[in-house]
Design a protein around this ligand. Structure first.
Ligand code: ZN
Length: 231
C-alpha cells in the first residue's frame, strides 16, 4: 500500500477526541462549527440527529450517488448509512473474541458492499483503537496490526479494488502514546475491563491512492471526497 500511494503523518490541530475527529472528517466542519465532542452529554447518549451537520453521505446521497457508510464511530453505537450492520460490542469491542469478530465482520460486510460497486464506501475498524488502549507497548499490538494488514490485503489486493483507477483513502482519527503522555485523557485509567496503558496521540496516519486533493486536516477528507464526486 505504501508503495502504491502517498502516505504521511497527519498532525491534528484539534484535540484527538474520536467523536469530534470522525464528525469533522465526514462533515468538513471544525470542532467549533459542529460542536460535537462527546459520546455522552448530561448522561444522555448523543444521537446522529443531535448533531446539526450534513455528512458527506447525506450530501452525495442527495445528489443521487450510491453511498454506503459502515461502523463510523462519531456516535455510539457507531453509525451506519444505507445498509445494515450491527456493531460488535455496541461499538466498543473489549476482548480478543470481540476484536476478532469486528475484524471479520467489518471485512466481510465491506467485501459485500464493494461487490455492489457503490460510488462511495466508508468502512471503519475500531479494534486497533481498543487494543492499543489496553495493550499499548506490548508485542500484542503488532500482532493485531499484522492481522489488520492481512485483511486490508484481502480487501484491496485479493479483491482487486486497486487493479483499476479506484480512489482510496486510509486514515486514522489519531495515533497512540503511553497513557500518561497523552495531552487529552479520553478514558479513565482504571476500567472494569482492565487498566489502560495507551491513550490518543495527535499524530494520525494517512494514505491515499489516486487522490489529488491534498489532505492536511481530518476535515479535508470531506472536501477530497466531494471534489472526486463532482467530476
Ligand atoms: Zn480510543
Amino acid at each position: 500500500m505504501l508503495d502504491l500511494g502517498k502516505s504521511k503523518a497527519l498532525i491534528l490541530d484539534e484535540k484527538p477526541i474520536s467523536a469530534s475527529v470522525w464528525c469533522g472528517m465526514f462533515s468538513g466542519k471544525l470542532p467549533d462549527e459542529h460542536k460535537h465532542d462527546s459520546y455522552v452529554v448530561n448522561d444522555i447518549i448523543v444521537k446522529r440527529e443531535d448533531i446539526k451537520v450534513d455528512f458527506i453521505w447525506d450530501v452525495l446521497h442527495k445528489n443521487g450517488k450510491e453511498v454506503k457508510a459502515l461502523n463510523v464511530p462519531f456516535v455510539v453505537p457507531p453509525y451506519t448509512f444505507n445498509t445494515d450492520f450491527k456493531p460488535v460490542g455496541f461499538g466498543s469491542p473489549t476482548n480478543e473474541q470481540e476484536w476478532n469478530e469486528e475484524l471479520e465482520r467489518v471485512t466481510a460486510k465491506t467485501k459485500e458492499l464493494l461487490a455492489e460497486g457503490p460510488d462511495l464506501l466508508i468502512s471503519v475498524f475500531t479494534l486497533l483503537d481498543r487494543i492499543q488502549h489496553f495493550h499499548w507497548g506490548e508485542e500484542y499490538v503488532l500482532k493485531w496490526y499484522k492481522r489488520m494488514d492481512d485483511k486490508m490485503g484481502e480487501l484491496l489486493f485479493d479483491f482487486g479494488f486497486l487493479d483499476g483507477d479506484n480512489k482510496l483513502i486510509v486514515i486514522s482519527d489519531h495515533g497512540f502514546c503511553s497513557f500518561g503522555d497523552a495531552k487529552v485523557q479520553t478514558l479513565p485509567e482504571y476500567t472494569k475491563e482492565g487498566n489502560l496503558k495507551g491513550d490518543h496521540h495527535e499524530t494520525a496516519f494517512l494514505l491515499t491512492v489516486n487522490v489529488d486533493y491534498v489532505i492536511e486536516r481530518p476535515q479535508d477528507v470531506f472536501f477530497a471526497i466531494l471534489e472526486q464526486n463532482q467530476e
